[in-house]
Design a protein around this ligand. Structure first.
Ligand code: HEM
Ligand SMILES: *[C@@H]1O[C@H](CO)[C@@H](O)[C@H](O)[C@H]1NC(C)=O
Ligand SMILES: *[C@@H]1O[C@H](CO)[C@@H](O)[C@H](O)[C@H]1NC(C)=O
Length: 471
């Protein structure tokens, strides 16, 4: 068949399906509005086409429009069908809390391709004892007591990144990715492993291209290449592990924590979790930083306030004749900058939602969530609810002068799987913003207001800017 006949054929098939849709729907979708068979009932909503479900609608537009229109139509809890899975989505803080705090009823769930790519031993995919053990180790390496010691190393990475952007037009997101990657490696491997940086970077950049590709493992496909890069990464990690074993002194970084004798983790488990942490740490933090640059650029008053706050920290250090390097204590004196970060996390809500799967039939507020269904707390909808955050689309850091009510603000999730890296993320953002605002000015280039999705919301084209030294 040539292209044209394939086109005609698919148009015809589509047409047939369209005619048959009401009939198919009658047989295949449980009727949401009837209480006749079961009590409790499924939440309201539609399941869309069998198999394809409403995936097309979700991915063909800004996903937030999809969620918002569903919420408007059906309320704060509704059912739908994406990527072949029936699911329940919820935008109520109470329901989100219910789902996130009951780990025994709702387990983590990811597409199989992601599991293959990150490695099935990575923390995200687990629950119970193994999860608790990993979590303890990860939290230990990223808690304030530990990361306090690497503030000046993070600062070195920040200043050298900024220097390399001087006088150039840059893609903010790409450059921020490089910064957050280097900070992630520092927190995982300590300072010794700079020599592996380039190799790790090269492999990881190939690997990530496969994250969202079709999981077809044939020579030439993106997926195949990224699986190969995955193997090479594991080899580099094996080399690092064996060097460390010869050195035989304990280190406080994440790798040291994973390698502790009494933990008994295998090399594969360590490798999967290190790749997992890089994955969790890099693009998330880089996209938030990109949004911060955008919002600061659009809100001159906020930028002034942040710049003054940061300059006064710099001046105070100079006057006291203190060592110029930033300290943990300095980063605790940045309330205005902190609120800018909080508000950016709210408005941009880069992780719009998370996934869980019901491990048994669960009843919530009279609604049935059947075993095996996915459950999605919609963080973004909660963060953009006008009842919780008046004028939700407005960027206004001052709203965080008052602490939000519990479970209304969850940029780092909550409960058993809440982000263990949140302190590090905030720290590296503060350090970068300190140097950015005190030493540089920048202007945005090109189209100003587009947003791209994939997988995180990002300013169009990664926010191209031109950066120069302040005079
Ligand atoms: C601003 C940047 C970041 C944001 C917005 C963010 C957000 C989140 C959220 C919402 C979760 C929970 C997902 C769920 O419950 O399903 C999570 C989990 C996680 N994050 Fe972050 N994160 C960020 C940066 C980081 C960094 C820098 C690290 C590592 C240093 C990190 C490591 C992790 C890990 C390992 C998990 C999985 C925890 C578990 O399953 O127990 N994240 N993150
Ligand atoms: C289904 O049952 C619940 C409680 O039993 C009731 O509140 C609700 O109105 C019923 N829905 C319909 C569509 O009949
Ligand atoms: C997480 O949940 C607990 C218990 O419901 C609550 O006290 C806390 O405020 C929540 N955290 C956030 C960030 O909402």
């Amino acid at each position: 068949m040539d292209c044209y006949s394939i086109f005609c054929f698919s148009a015809f098939a589509f047409f047939l399906l369209f005619l048959l849709r009401p009939i198919l729907k009658f047989f295949l979708s449980p009727n949401s509005n009837s209480n006749s068979s079961d009590n409790p009932t499924l939440p309201p909503g539609t399941l869309g086409w069998p198999y394809i479900g409403e995936t097309f609608q979700l991915y063909s537009q800004n996903p937030n429009v999809f969620f918002a229109s569903k919420q408007k139509r059906y309320g704060s809890i509704f059912k739908t069908h994406i990527l072949g899975c029936p699911c329940v989505m919820t935008s109520s803080p109470e329901a989100a809390k219910f789902v996130l705090s009951r780990a025994h009823l709702f387990k983590p769930t990811f597409p199989a391709s992601k599991e293959r790519m990150l490695g099935k031993e990575a923390i995200f995919f687990h629950q119970g004892d193994y999860h608790a053990k990993l979590r303890k180790l990860v939290l230990r390496s990223f808690m304030p007591e530990t990361i306090k010691n690497i503030v000046s190393d993070i600062e070195t990475i920040a200043t050298s990144s900024l220097q390399s952007w001087e006088g150039r037009s840059i893609n903010t997101f790409q450059e921020m990715k490089s910064f957050t990657f280097n900070v992630a490696l520092l927190s995982i491997f300590g300072k010794d492993e700079v020599m592996y940086r380039e190799d790790l970077k090269r492999c990881y950049y190939i690997l990530e291209k496969g994250y969202n590709s079709m999981p077809i493992n044939l020579p030439g496909t993106l997926f195949h290449k990224s699986m190969k890069a995955r193997k090479e990464l594991a080899q580099i990690l094996a080399k690092i592990l064996s060097t460390r074993r010869q050195m035989k002194h304990d280190q406080k970084d994440l790798l040291g924590s994973f390698m502790g004798d009494k933990e008994g983790l295998t090399d594969d488990q360590i490798a999967d979790n290190i790749i997992g942490v890089i994955f969790a740490a890099r693009d998330t933090t880089a996209s938030v930083l990109t949004w911060i640059v955008k919002y600061l650029g659009e809100n001159p008053n906020v930028l002034d306030a942040v710049t003054q706050e940061q300059q006064s920290i710099m001046k105070r250090k100079e006057e006291c004749g203190e060592d110029k390097a930033l300290t943990w204590a300095d980063t605790k004196k940045m309330p205005i900058t902190c609120r800018v970060i909080q508000e950016t996390l709210r408005v941009a809500s880069i992780l719009s939602f998370t996934f869980r799967e019901a491990v048994e039939d669960v009843v919530y507020e009279g609604y049935l969530i059947p075993k095996g269904w996915k459950v999605l707390p919609l963080f973004r909808n909660i963060h953009h609810s006008p009842d919780i955050f008046p004028e939700p689309e407005k960027f206004d850091p001052s709203r965080f002068e008052v602490t939000p009510k519990p479970n209304t603000y969850m940029p780092f999730g909550n409960g058993t799987h809440a982000c263990p890296g949140n302190e590090l993320a905030k720290l590296e953002m503060l350090v970068l913003v300190h140097h950015l605002t005190t030493k540089y000015r920048w202007c945005t280039m090109g189209a100003k207001n587009g947003i791209q999705y994939g997988p995180f919301a990002l300013p169009q084209n990664g926010l191209p800017i031109r950066l120069s030294l302040k005079i």
